[in-house]
Write a protein that binds this ligand. Sequence first.
Ligand SMILES: *Cc1c(COP(=O)(O)O)cnc(C)c1O
Length: 413
Amino acid sequence: MTKLTRAALAERDARDPLAKFRGDFVLPDGVLYFAGNSLGALPRAAETRVAEVVAQEWGQDLVRSWNKHGWIDMPLRVGAKLAPLIGARANEVAAADSTSVNLFKLLASALKLRPGRKVILTEDLNFPTDHYIMQGLTRLLDGGCEVRTAPAEQIIGAIDETVAVVTLTEVDYRTARRHDMAAVTRAAHQHGALVLWDLSHSAGVVPTDLNGCGADLAVGCGYKYLSGGPGAPAFLFVAERLQDELEPPLAGWMGHAAPFEFSTDYRPAGGIARNLCGTPSVLGMAALEAALDVIAKAGIAAIRRKSVEMMDAFIALVEQECAGLDLEIVTPRDADLRGSHVALRHADGYPVMRALIARGVVGDFRAPDLIRFGITPLTLRHTDLWDAVAILRETLAGRTWDTPEYHSRAAVT
Ligand SMILES: *Cc1c(COP(=O)(O)O)cnc(C)c1O
């Protein structure tokens, strides 16, 4: 394989059709930002839009804004903008709550749709909050629900007629390994089970095709690759064919058929809206909506193409520049089998990442020993990959990470 050079990467930047989008984001000087898989960078349009909503819509128009500025429609309007990124129809997605809460809502609904079955099947190493939600549901339903776990590669074999719902995160938050959504969904349906996908590490960078693979339910996160801002509204998807069968466990007024009748009897709204619960977080929705407009302008197919190219280059650079420095590349080499971050194993990953951050290479660390580099095609240049790997090499070769300061743990890693 030919050696990658910084000059070759600069050429890629010069020809990059997405290069111009970098200017649409606020990026601090002196930072190479590789944590957009954890908190996406701030789109300038979101900054402007939130300021406008605060000053005009909240400040001046006050309560009239629910109608005048369409605040009340935000969950479904933002959901419709999300839909093309995940292979859904516009009426199958809503923006609401957090991913954890949406997972709770849809898992409880899924169990109701499969009376006589109690098992939620998931991957043993699924994202922790997903496990906690399932465990909480098991305690709440007291015998009406049990969680079965299997390693990623054994999930399909673990599906049987007792499984009500299979729930998996498409892209693994540690390794970036990706499930075959079509194969899992097919296997689940053969056994009469539903499938609920968590697209937190996919949405905005890995296009998924929920309807193409016949998926039933999905949830995902708004603040990672979607750049919706800290604590942004999450999303949920329900296939149209199931929408009117769902019995939402959190039956709030925003999911009522006619919230402003103020009837004390609950009647679920038709369609996706019944999965809403309380009043939408308008400022969060405004930021997320503005971010989605930027992603739509760039195009998810072009974003994915650049992501694949950058992932290949980053992995190649680590192999080329960091050989013999005790790193193990744990992210799959095959682009079809992975999402959009590179995970490297190092026994002292935590202090290594602290030292990188001190030099402006902002990635993150996942216990016990992985350092992660999120690849966000709208904000990163190809030369940033070179510069980050050069700093990684210097940090490891010079052991500059090995200080008491970098070993001490902060609350958020
Ligand atoms: C980030 C992430 C979440 C986040 O859940 P919140 O409730 O929004 O904090 C959930 N699941 C997965 C797989 C994630 O990666």
